[in-house]
Design a protein around this ligand. Sequence first.
Ligand SMILES: [Zn+2]
Length: 378
Amino acid sequence: MYRIRIALILFVSVLISNAQDSFIIENVKVFDGEKVIKSTSVKVENGVITEISESIKASDIDIVIDGKGKTLMPALSNAHVHAWAAPSLNEAAKAGVLNVMDMHGVEMYQTTMRQLKDSTNYANYYVAGYAATAPEGHGTQFGFPTPTLTKPEEAKQFIEDRVKANVDHIKIIVEPWKATLDSETVAELIKEAHKADKIAVVHVSKLKDAVDVISNDADGLVHIWWDKELETSQLKELSENKTFFVIPTLLTTIKAFESMGAGANNLLTKMQLLSEVKKMYEVGIPILAGTDPPNLGINYGTDLYKELILLSESGIPNIEVLKAGTINIVTAFGLENTGLIKVNYSADMLLIDGDPTEDIKAISNINTIWKRGKKVKL
Ligand SMILES: [Zn+2]
Protein backbone atom coordinates (compact mmCIF):
# COMPACT_ATOMS: atom_id res chain seq x y z
CA MET A 1 0.00 0.00 0.00
CA TYR A 2 2.78 2.35 1.06
CA ARG A 3 4.69 1.61 -2.11
CA ILE A 4 1.61 2.20 -4.25
CA ARG A 5 1.05 5.54 -2.57
CA ILE A 6 4.65 6.59 -3.23
CA ALA A 7 4.25 5.51 -6.86
CA LEU A 8 1.03 7.48 -7.11
CA ILE A 9 2.61 10.60 -5.63
CA LEU A 10 5.51 10.26 -8.05
CA PHE A 11 3.12 9.80 -10.96
CA VAL A 12 1.05 12.84 -10.02
CA SER A 13 4.11 15.01 -9.46
CA VAL A 14 5.47 13.99 -12.88
CA LEU A 15 2.11 14.95 -14.38
CA ILE A 16 2.19 18.32 -12.65
CA SER A 17 5.76 19.08 -13.66
CA ASN A 18 5.02 18.06 -17.24
CA ALA A 19 1.90 20.17 -17.22
CA GLN A 20 3.98 23.25 -16.42
CA ASP A 21 6.08 22.99 -19.55
CA SER A 22 3.64 21.22 -21.89
CA PHE A 23 0.95 23.23 -23.66
CA ILE A 24 -0.51 24.27 -26.99
CA ILE A 25 -0.80 27.83 -28.29
CA GLU A 26 -3.62 28.01 -30.83
CA ASN A 27 -4.41 30.45 -33.64
CA VAL A 28 -1.29 32.48 -33.13
CA LYS A 29 0.76 34.55 -35.54
CA VAL A 30 4.35 33.28 -35.44
CA PHE A 31 7.59 35.02 -36.23
CA ASP A 32 9.73 31.89 -36.16
CA GLY A 33 13.05 33.74 -36.31
CA GLU A 34 13.14 33.68 -40.10
CA LYS A 35 9.67 34.30 -41.44
CA VAL A 36 6.11 35.11 -40.43
CA ILE A 37 3.37 32.48 -40.33
CA LYS A 38 0.00 34.25 -40.28
CA SER A 39 -1.88 31.77 -38.10
CA THR A 40 -0.89 28.39 -36.75
CA SER A 41 -0.67 26.36 -33.56
CA VAL A 42 2.46 25.46 -31.65
CA LYS A 43 2.80 22.48 -29.32
CA VAL A 44 5.35 22.36 -26.50
CA GLU A 45 6.11 19.16 -24.61
CA ASN A 46 8.52 19.01 -21.69
CA GLY A 47 10.01 22.36 -22.63
CA VAL A 48 10.63 21.48 -26.27
CA ILE A 49 8.69 22.61 -29.36
CA THR A 50 7.30 19.38 -30.81
CA GLU A 51 4.83 20.49 -33.48
CA ILE A 52 3.94 23.58 -35.50
CA SER A 53 0.82 23.08 -37.54
CA GLU A 54 -2.64 24.46 -38.14
CA SER A 55 -4.08 21.03 -37.55
CA ILE A 56 -2.85 20.34 -34.01
CA LYS A 57 -5.75 18.78 -32.09
CA ALA A 58 -5.83 19.47 -28.38
CA SER A 59 -7.05 16.69 -26.13
CA ASP A 60 -9.06 17.24 -22.93
CA ILE A 61 -5.98 17.21 -20.75
CA ASP A 62 -3.91 19.62 -22.83
CA ILE A 63 -3.39 23.15 -21.58
CA VAL A 64 -4.50 25.41 -24.41
CA ILE A 65 -3.56 29.07 -24.78
CA ASP A 66 -5.52 31.25 -27.18
CA GLY A 67 -3.05 33.14 -29.37
CA LYS A 68 -5.56 35.26 -31.24
CA GLY A 69 -4.31 38.83 -31.70
CA LYS A 70 -0.90 37.80 -30.39
CA THR A 71 2.48 36.99 -31.90
CA LEU A 72 4.76 34.18 -30.79
CA MET A 73 8.46 34.74 -31.36
CA PRO A 74 11.81 33.47 -30.06
CA ALA A 75 13.09 34.97 -26.81
CA LEU A 76 15.43 37.95 -27.12
CA SER A 77 19.19 38.01 -26.50
CA ASN A 78 21.48 40.91 -25.63
CA ALA A 79 24.85 40.67 -27.39
CA HIS A 80 26.69 43.17 -25.17
CA VAL A 81 26.31 43.40 -21.39
CA HIS A 82 28.38 43.57 -18.22
CA ALA A 83 26.45 41.73 -15.52
CA TRP A 84 28.01 41.90 -12.08
CA ALA A 85 25.37 40.04 -10.06
CA ALA A 86 22.46 37.64 -10.37
CA PRO A 87 19.64 40.25 -10.12
CA SER A 88 20.78 41.64 -13.49
CA LEU A 89 20.11 38.25 -15.07
CA ASN A 90 16.64 38.27 -13.49
CA GLU A 91 15.97 41.77 -14.82
CA ALA A 92 16.90 40.52 -18.30
CA ALA A 93 14.72 37.41 -18.11
CA LYS A 94 11.69 39.43 -16.94
CA ALA A 95 11.98 41.50 -20.14
CA GLY A 96 12.15 38.39 -22.33
CA VAL A 97 15.94 38.61 -22.76
CA LEU A 98 17.02 35.02 -22.10
CA ASN A 99 20.65 35.10 -23.30
CA VAL A 100 23.16 37.79 -22.42
CA MET A 101 26.73 38.04 -23.67
CA ASP A 102 29.10 39.48 -21.06
CA MET A 103 32.00 41.46 -22.48
CA HIS A 104 34.34 41.98 -19.50
CA GLY A 105 33.99 40.89 -15.91
CA VAL A 106 35.54 39.14 -12.91
CA GLU A 107 35.90 35.48 -13.81
CA MET A 108 35.60 34.26 -10.23
CA TYR A 109 32.18 35.91 -9.75
CA GLN A 110 30.93 34.74 -13.11
CA THR A 111 31.07 31.04 -12.26
CA THR A 112 28.05 31.12 -9.93
CA MET A 113 26.06 33.37 -12.22
CA ARG A 114 26.64 30.99 -15.12
CA GLN A 115 25.06 28.18 -13.11
CA LEU A 116 21.76 30.08 -13.15
CA LYS A 117 21.24 28.91 -16.72
CA ASP A 118 19.10 26.12 -15.28
CA SER A 119 16.87 28.58 -13.40
CA THR A 120 13.76 29.75 -15.22
CA ASN A 121 13.84 33.32 -13.89
CA TYR A 122 17.38 34.15 -14.96
CA ALA A 123 18.92 34.80 -18.37
CA ASN A 124 21.60 32.42 -19.60
CA TYR A 125 24.92 34.07 -19.02
CA TYR A 126 27.73 33.73 -21.58
CA VAL A 127 31.06 35.32 -20.78
CA ALA A 128 34.32 36.64 -22.15
CA GLY A 129 35.88 36.59 -18.68
CA TYR A 130 38.47 39.35 -18.57
CA ALA A 131 38.73 41.38 -21.76
CA ALA A 132 42.19 41.77 -23.28
CA THR A 133 43.57 45.27 -22.74
CA ALA A 134 46.81 47.17 -22.20
CA PRO A 135 48.15 48.32 -18.79
CA GLU A 136 46.17 51.47 -17.84
CA GLY A 137 43.96 50.81 -20.86
CA HIS A 138 40.16 50.92 -21.13
CA GLY A 139 38.74 48.18 -18.91
CA THR A 140 41.29 48.62 -16.11
CA GLN A 141 39.40 51.47 -14.42
CA PHE A 142 36.63 49.47 -12.74
CA GLY A 143 38.37 48.77 -9.46
CA PHE A 144 39.07 45.07 -9.94
CA PRO A 145 42.44 43.62 -10.94
CA THR A 146 42.51 43.00 -14.70
CA PRO A 147 45.21 40.98 -16.46
CA THR A 148 46.84 43.07 -19.20
CA LEU A 149 49.28 42.49 -22.01
CA THR A 150 51.70 44.59 -24.02
CA LYS A 151 53.05 42.48 -26.89
CA PRO A 152 52.05 39.73 -29.37
CA GLU A 153 54.19 37.14 -27.55
CA GLU A 154 51.83 37.38 -24.56
CA ALA A 155 48.69 36.60 -26.54
CA LYS A 156 49.03 32.82 -26.35
CA GLN A 157 49.19 32.80 -22.54
CA PHE A 158 46.32 35.29 -22.26
CA ILE A 159 44.06 33.07 -24.36
CA GLU A 160 45.16 29.94 -22.49
CA ASP A 161 44.16 31.59 -19.24
CA ARG A 162 40.70 32.44 -20.61
CA VAL A 163 40.28 28.89 -21.88
CA LYS A 164 41.19 27.64 -18.38
CA ALA A 165 38.46 29.90 -17.01
CA ASN A 166 36.15 28.20 -19.51
CA VAL A 167 35.01 31.41 -21.20
CA ASP A 168 32.56 31.33 -24.09
CA HIS A 169 34.13 34.02 -26.28
CA ILE A 170 37.14 36.35 -26.32
CA LYS A 171 36.80 40.13 -26.00
CA ILE A 172 39.58 42.51 -27.02
CA ILE A 173 39.70 46.25 -26.36
CA VAL A 174 41.15 48.76 -28.82
CA GLU A 175 40.48 52.18 -27.33
CA PRO A 176 43.02 54.82 -28.34
CA TRP A 177 41.62 57.51 -26.00
CA LYS A 178 43.80 55.67 -23.46
CA ALA A 179 46.78 53.32 -23.57
CA THR A 180 45.77 50.53 -25.92
CA LEU A 181 46.86 47.26 -27.52
CA ASP A 182 48.76 47.56 -30.79
CA SER A 183 47.54 46.03 -34.02
CA GLU A 184 50.04 43.13 -33.93
CA THR A 185 49.01 42.07 -30.43
CA VAL A 186 45.32 42.22 -31.38
CA ALA A 187 46.02 40.13 -34.51
CA GLU A 188 47.82 37.53 -32.41
CA LEU A 189 45.01 37.43 -29.83
CA ILE A 190 42.48 36.81 -32.60
CA LYS A 191 44.66 34.07 -34.08
CA GLU A 192 45.11 32.35 -30.71
CA ALA A 193 41.38 32.66 -29.95
CA HIS A 194 40.56 30.90 -33.20
CA LYS A 195 43.10 28.17 -32.46
CA ALA A 196 41.25 27.63 -29.18
CA ASP A 197 37.96 27.52 -31.08
CA LYS A 198 36.62 30.77 -29.60
CA ILE A 199 35.23 33.73 -31.47
CA ALA A 200 37.04 37.03 -30.90
CA VAL A 201 35.05 40.26 -30.67
CA VAL A 202 36.59 43.70 -30.42
CA HIS A 203 35.72 47.02 -28.81
CA VAL A 204 36.59 49.84 -31.21
CA SER A 205 35.59 53.49 -31.36
CA LYS A 206 37.53 54.59 -34.44
CA LEU A 207 36.82 53.59 -38.00
CA LYS A 208 40.45 52.87 -38.80
CA ASP A 209 40.65 50.41 -35.88
CA ALA A 210 37.43 48.73 -37.02
CA VAL A 211 38.87 48.21 -40.50
CA ASP A 212 42.17 47.02 -39.04
CA VAL A 213 40.70 44.39 -36.68
CA ILE A 214 38.32 43.09 -39.34
CA SER A 215 41.27 42.76 -41.72
CA ASN A 216 42.89 40.72 -38.95
CA ASP A 217 39.88 38.35 -38.88
CA ALA A 218 37.94 39.63 -35.86
CA ASP A 219 34.57 37.88 -35.72
CA GLY A 220 32.65 40.90 -34.55
CA LEU A 221 32.68 44.48 -33.33
CA VAL A 222 30.94 45.18 -30.02
CA HIS A 223 30.32 48.86 -30.87
CA ILE A 224 30.03 50.89 -34.02
CA TRP A 225 32.84 53.40 -34.67
CA TRP A 226 32.21 56.97 -33.55
CA ASP A 227 34.43 59.19 -35.64
CA LYS A 228 33.92 58.88 -39.40
CA GLU A 229 31.66 57.50 -42.06
CA LEU A 230 32.78 54.39 -43.87
CA GLU A 231 33.16 54.78 -47.64
CA THR A 232 30.71 52.54 -49.47
CA SER A 233 33.50 51.07 -51.62
CA GLN A 234 35.55 50.20 -48.54
CA LEU A 235 32.54 48.62 -46.85
CA LYS A 236 31.83 46.58 -49.96
CA GLU A 237 35.39 45.36 -50.10
CA LEU A 238 35.40 44.42 -46.41
CA SER A 239 32.07 42.61 -46.55
CA GLU A 240 33.12 40.66 -49.64
CA ASN A 241 36.43 39.51 -48.20
CA LYS A 242 35.65 39.05 -44.51
CA THR A 243 32.92 37.49 -42.40
CA PHE A 244 32.01 39.50 -39.34
CA PHE A 245 29.07 40.86 -37.39
CA VAL A 246 28.48 44.21 -35.75
CA ILE A 247 26.80 45.03 -32.43
CA PRO A 248 26.23 48.76 -33.04
CA THR A 249 25.05 49.59 -29.46
CA LEU A 250 23.23 52.63 -30.85
CA LEU A 251 21.44 53.45 -27.59
CA THR A 252 24.76 53.38 -25.70
CA THR A 253 26.59 55.47 -28.28
CA ILE A 254 23.86 58.12 -28.53
CA LYS A 255 23.65 58.34 -24.73
CA ALA A 256 27.44 58.59 -24.53
CA PHE A 257 27.45 61.46 -27.02
CA GLU A 258 24.72 63.23 -25.04
CA SER A 259 26.78 62.92 -21.87
CA MET A 260 29.85 64.33 -23.68
CA GLY A 261 28.08 67.58 -24.64
CA ALA A 262 30.31 69.72 -26.86
CA GLY A 263 32.96 66.96 -26.71
CA ALA A 264 30.85 65.02 -29.21
CA ASN A 265 30.82 67.83 -31.77
CA ASN A 266 33.45 66.25 -33.97
CA LEU A 267 31.87 62.80 -33.81
CA LEU A 268 29.16 61.27 -35.96
CA THR A 269 25.60 62.52 -35.47
CA LYS A 270 22.73 60.20 -34.55
CA MET A 271 21.54 60.24 -38.17
CA GLN A 272 25.03 59.34 -39.39
CA LEU A 273 25.27 56.48 -36.89
CA LEU A 274 21.93 55.11 -38.07
CA SER A 275 23.03 55.43 -41.67
CA GLU A 276 26.27 53.50 -40.98
CA VAL A 277 24.19 50.65 -39.56
CA LYS A 278 21.83 50.68 -42.54
CA LYS A 279 24.78 50.55 -44.94
CA MET A 280 26.18 47.51 -43.17
CA TYR A 281 22.81 45.80 -43.18
CA GLU A 282 22.49 46.43 -46.91
CA VAL A 283 25.74 44.64 -47.75
CA GLY A 284 24.67 41.65 -45.67
CA ILE A 285 26.68 42.14 -42.48
CA PRO A 286 24.74 40.57 -39.57
CA ILE A 287 23.57 43.25 -37.13
CA LEU A 288 23.21 42.19 -33.47
CA ALA A 289 21.31 44.03 -30.75
CA GLY A 290 23.27 44.95 -27.64
CA THR A 291 23.07 47.75 -25.08
CA ASP A 292 26.20 47.54 -22.87
CA PRO A 293 24.41 47.81 -19.47
CA PRO A 294 25.00 49.06 -16.83
CA ASN A 295 26.98 51.74 -18.70
CA LEU A 296 25.17 55.09 -18.94
CA GLY A 297 22.43 53.81 -16.63
CA ILE A 298 21.09 51.36 -19.22
CA ASN A 299 19.14 48.44 -17.72
CA TYR A 300 19.54 44.73 -18.49
CA GLY A 301 15.97 44.25 -19.66
CA THR A 302 13.53 46.63 -21.31
CA ASP A 303 16.19 49.04 -22.62
CA LEU A 304 16.95 46.43 -25.29
CA TYR A 305 13.59 47.35 -26.85
CA LYS A 306 14.95 50.88 -27.34
CA GLU A 307 17.88 49.46 -29.30
CA LEU A 308 15.48 47.51 -31.52
CA ILE A 309 13.48 50.70 -32.12
CA LEU A 310 16.69 52.56 -33.07
CA LEU A 311 17.65 49.76 -35.48
CA SER A 312 14.19 50.10 -37.01
CA GLU A 313 14.65 53.89 -37.25
CA SER A 314 17.81 53.24 -39.26
CA GLY A 315 15.60 51.77 -41.98
CA ILE A 316 16.16 48.06 -41.34
CA PRO A 317 12.87 46.14 -41.90
CA ASN A 318 11.16 44.99 -38.69
CA ILE A 319 11.70 41.29 -39.32
CA GLU A 320 15.42 41.91 -39.71
CA VAL A 321 15.41 44.03 -36.55
CA LEU A 322 13.81 41.14 -34.67
CA LYS A 323 16.48 38.83 -36.06
CA ALA A 324 19.10 41.25 -34.69
CA GLY A 325 17.67 40.58 -31.22
CA THR A 326 17.24 36.82 -31.64
CA ILE A 327 18.69 34.44 -34.22
CA ASN A 328 21.58 36.67 -35.34
CA ILE A 329 22.98 36.62 -31.79
CA VAL A 330 22.35 32.92 -31.29
CA THR A 331 24.11 32.15 -34.58
CA ALA A 332 27.04 34.52 -34.02
CA PHE A 333 27.77 33.10 -30.56
CA GLY A 334 27.11 29.47 -31.52
CA LEU A 335 24.21 28.73 -29.15
CA GLU A 336 22.36 25.55 -30.02
CA ASN A 337 18.69 24.58 -30.25
CA THR A 338 17.37 28.00 -29.40
CA GLY A 339 16.59 31.27 -31.19
CA LEU A 340 13.95 29.82 -33.51
CA ILE A 341 10.37 28.65 -33.16
CA LYS A 342 11.16 25.30 -34.70
CA VAL A 343 10.45 21.65 -33.97
CA ASN A 344 12.99 20.11 -31.56
CA TYR A 345 14.10 23.55 -30.43
CA SER A 346 13.92 24.64 -26.80
CA ALA A 347 10.68 26.52 -26.03
CA ASP A 348 12.43 29.84 -25.31
CA MET A 349 9.63 32.06 -26.51
CA LEU A 350 7.73 35.30 -26.11
CA LEU A 351 4.01 35.76 -26.58
CA ILE A 352 3.41 39.38 -27.54
CA ASP A 353 0.10 41.28 -27.49
CA GLY A 354 0.03 42.71 -31.00
CA ASP A 355 2.54 42.25 -33.76
CA PRO A 356 6.14 43.50 -33.59
CA THR A 357 6.69 42.48 -37.23
CA GLU A 358 4.23 45.26 -38.13
CA ASP A 359 5.05 47.71 -35.34
CA ILE A 360 8.40 47.20 -33.63
CA LYS A 361 7.19 49.08 -30.53
CA ALA A 362 4.81 46.19 -29.80
CA ILE A 363 7.88 44.31 -28.51
CA SER A 364 7.25 45.99 -25.14
CA ASN A 365 3.79 44.37 -24.83
CA ILE A 366 5.00 41.00 -23.60
CA ASN A 367 2.18 38.76 -22.41
CA THR A 368 4.15 35.62 -21.50
CA ILE A 369 7.81 34.57 -21.46
CA TRP A 370 8.80 30.92 -21.48
CA LYS A 371 12.27 29.61 -20.78
CA ARG A 372 12.48 25.96 -21.80
CA GLY A 373 8.70 25.87 -21.70
CA LYS A 374 8.46 27.23 -18.14
CA LYS A 375 6.89 30.60 -17.51
CA VAL A 376 9.27 33.31 -16.36
CA LYS A 377 7.76 35.05 -13.32
CA LEU A 378 6.99 38.64 -14.27
ZN1 LIG B 1 30.94 47.04 -22.92
